[in-house]
Unconditional design. Structure first.
Length: 387
């Protein structure tokens, strides 16, 4: 039998489908891309256990929190249900709870500050395995802290008489009563602020409440990895007031954290200065990089450089803490006066149609067109019917 040739009409239809399919794959984005700085939106709020203090998230996305010396862990990532995981051994805490709770980068340990203990004068930082809660309390003055890696913990400390400092605690010190904890930044002219590391290991800390100055409340400075590492190895602290690069002057520089795109997150509040309270500041990554490179601090009143997030607009006196959960790419905000945790995400991560969904739709459309053409090629229209 002689094989029938396709009609010109069929060839045109097939070519059209192929061209359209290729065009769709060419223009189909891997994901609707935008900077999280611009795209953060609140998607959820939930309650931590009653009386919860500091909180963080594990590497699998579960939120953890302390209620005095009791560690509660979310039953599953996103469940918003909590179960008692255990009690910190040998803990002595004041009635207002711990100063901080931080999960190590590898997700195997936690660090907790005891806020001076029941006596308000016996400051200790506990480091425990999450599995079994095994560990020690290290005699370390503290206000806030941040893991540099799985061994070293940067700690801010100070009071209203002596300038604040940043130290680097070796959590593998053999003598918890006298651990290795050298000062790497000193002379902060005020109360302690937060401390954070960016992805490159640069150190950021701030003035939490100005006293001697000259820096004011909310001034955040950055110190490059090479600068503070040299200060550590040579045992020669860097001066805060005369060193580093000013990154931003906003709120009270506590706490500090970075999100997955390198935007600097700042909480707290300076109620003595108009417009410096009742929100969380998100400092755009490009502004942070420029400031660290000597380009001058980000402008806190410029919404293109510093965005303000206020999840509780009905309350004008919030004092927010903020942190970032990398596993779920969620930004968490909490007012220190209650147990509500607000959840922000980059809304471009929730597309109306997923990439694979769109791809499947395009493939289905193209396949259906080819099947239709094939069927039309295999039969002639009946007389009197326009094909």
């Amino acid at each position: 039998m002689t094989r029938k040739r396709r009609s010109n009409k069929s060839r045109v239809l097939i070519a059209s489908v192929v061209r359209v399919s290729l065009l769709m794959f060419t223009v189909l984005p891997g994901r609707a891309k935008g900077e999280a700085f611009d795209r953060y939106g609140i998607v959820e709020q939930f309650s931590l256990p009653a009386g919860a203090g500091p909180w963080d998230s594990l590497n699998d996305g579960r939120v953890i929190t302390l209620v005095l010396d009791e560690l509660y862990v979310e039953t599953a990532a996103g469940s918003r249900l909590f179960s008692l995981h255990g009690t910190l051994p040998g803990a002595s805490l004041p009635g207002f709870g711990a100063a901080f709770l931080l999960v190590s980068p590898d997700g195997t340990k936690i660090a907790a500050g005891n806020n001076g203990g029941a006596s308000f004068s016996d400051y200790r930082v506990g480091v425990f395995t999450i599995s079994g809660l095994l560990g020690d309390w290290f005699a370390v003055n503290h206000f806030d802290a941040a893991w540099y890696d799985d061994r070293y913990l940067a700690v801010t400390a100070g009071d209203f008489v002596n300038p604040s400092v940043v130290t680097l605690l070796d959590t593998q010190s053999s003598n918890p009563s006298s651990p290795s904890n050298p000062t790497v930044i000193d002379g902060i002219g005020g109360g302690s602020g937060g401390v954070a590391f960016d992805a490159a290991g640069n150190l950021f800390t701030g003035n939490g409440f100005t006293t001697s100055g000259p820096s004011g409340t909310g001034v955040v400075k950055g110190f490059t990895n090479s600068e503070w590492m040299n200060a550590w190895t040579t045992m020669t602290p860097l001066g805060f007031e005369n060193g580093g690069s000013e990154i931003v002057d906003v709120l009270s520089a506590w706490p500090l954290a970075f999100d997955g795109e390198g935007n600097l997150l700042v909480g707290g509040g300076d109620f003595g200065e108009s417009g410096q309270s009742d929100y969380v500041a998100v400092v755009r990554n490009s502004a942070v990089v420029a400031a660290l490179g000597g380009g001058g601090p980000a402008e806190s009143d410029d919404p293109q450089e510093v965005r303000r997030l206020d999840p509780d607009a009905a309350n004008d006196s919030n004092f927010f803490a903020v942190n970032f959960g990398a596993q779920l790419s969620q930004l968490y905000v909490n007012d220190s006066s209650n147990d509500t945790l607000y959840v922000y995400v980059d809304l471009t991560g929730i597309p109306a149609v997923s990439t694979w969904g769109a791809t499947s739709l395009f493939l289905l459309t193209a396949s259906a067109g080819c099947v239709l053409i094939r069927r039309n090629m295999g039969r002639r229209p009946a007389k009197g019917v326009v094909g």
